[in-house]
Unconditional design. Structure first.
Length: 347
């Protein structure tokens, strides 16, 4: 680890926007940076732990140095989502503009989400006020332009970070959010078609259950009693309740969208997104280009028709599980002490 005072101005991550704030480590009291100029960032579908496999210059600095040169929290355009519902595609589309600095799933947001879930634990090393200070500081660095001509920043979080929504909405400035999901049967078909999707669900179910029980403490479920389709449903339910609550409380800052609706009319729906977020307009040629590519690996061809065929196969293969799980969620919600009428439209 080096001190900020011991490095040249061009290598100072606090002032040189070519350095991406990759992560923070409270135990080591260290901030971790990767040198990724703007042109390289445009080619990266994700900026999480997968970046460590790349040949990027790295730098570690004292965590306390982050607070020494922070400025005003910038206005950002955020994408939160339920997972595997078109968020990477939308982030690529919105970021396909030289005036936009788009960061897709930066690792530090995931770290902050994990820390947020622990702030109320008496044995944890950080309380909520301290967490809020580090969160605000990190967003200040993530939200800075990577090039002089950039005047907009798009921050796409991973679905594990949906517990940050409330904190984002309390940040200074104009934070505007796109919340993206799909209806429960589509989500079940999406997740059940992939073993990797199921591994993701299994790995994150404890955190998602924690988020869900904070909203519905009387929910009569335990993780050991859940089969895989029910874990998918619990994950979806966690995300959707967070989205609906935020959309109801902050309607001027939030657009909640069904990805299936977007696919029905991409040009019109994208215009609605850019109007709500204040993003740069997206041309039909940009949309056509991205609708022919797999957004997570742009060198691979893909299309909405490929997705629809895959989902249809999954619906047929897992029809019984989808039906049983859908009915289970309806029964579960009827057992709660509170009604959720807005959620019914997504079932």
């Amino acid at each position: 680890m080096v001190t900020v005072r011991s490095i040249t101005a061009s290598d100072n991550p606090l002032t040189n926007p070519d350095w991406l704030l990759f992560d923070i480590n409270l135990l080591r009291s260290q901030s971790q940076w990767l040198h990724i100029p703007s042109q390289q960032r445009r080619q990266l579908p994700f900026m999480d732990q997968r970046l460590l496999a790349g040949d990027f210059k790295r730098l570690g600095t004292p965590l306390t140095s982050l607070a020494e040169q922070t400025s005003q929290v910038p206005d950002c355009q955020w994408i939160f989502h339920a997972g595997h519902c078109g968020s990477t595609l939308l982030a690529q589309i919105l970021g396909d503009n030289p005036q936009t600095n788009a960061l897709r799933e930066p690792q530090v947001l995931r770290t902050l989400a994990d820390l947020k879930r622990q702030t109320d634990l008496r044995w944890h090393r950080i309380n909520n006020d301290q967490w809020q200070q580090w969160f605000t500081t990190c967003i200040t660095y993530l939200g800075r332009p990577a090039e002089p001509q950039q005047n907009q920043v798009v921050l796409k979080a991973t679905s594990h970070c949906n517990n940050l929504i409330k904190s984002v909405l309390t940040l200074p400035g104009q934070q505007r959010l796109l919340l993206l999901s799909v209806k429960l049967p589509v989500y079940l078909a999406t997740m059940l078609r992939s073993d990797q999707h199921m591994l993701d669900i299994d790995g994150l179910i404890q955190a998602h259950m924690q988020d869900l029980l904070e909203r519905i403490p009387d929910l009569p479920i335990r993780i050991p009693d859940l089969d895989r389709p029910k874990k998918i449903a619990v994950t979806w339910l966690t995300h959707m309740l967070a989205f609906l609550d935020a959309a109801e409380r902050f309607p001027s800052q939030i657009l909640l969208m069904d990805f299936e609706t977007w696919l029905d009319n991409p040009l019109e729906q994208t215009a609605e997104i850019t109007n709500k977020l204040g993003s740069q307009p997206v041309t039909s040629s940009t949309l056509d280009q991205w609708l022919k590519r797999y957004s997570k690996a742009p060198e691979q061809p893909y299309s909405p028709q490929h997705r629809q065929r895959s989902l249809q196969q999954s619906r047929q293969q897992h029809a019984a599980q989808i039906k049983i799980t859908h009915e289970w969620v309806q029964t579960l919600l009827h057992q709660c002490s509170r009604d959720y009428p807005a959620l019914m439209e997504w079932l």
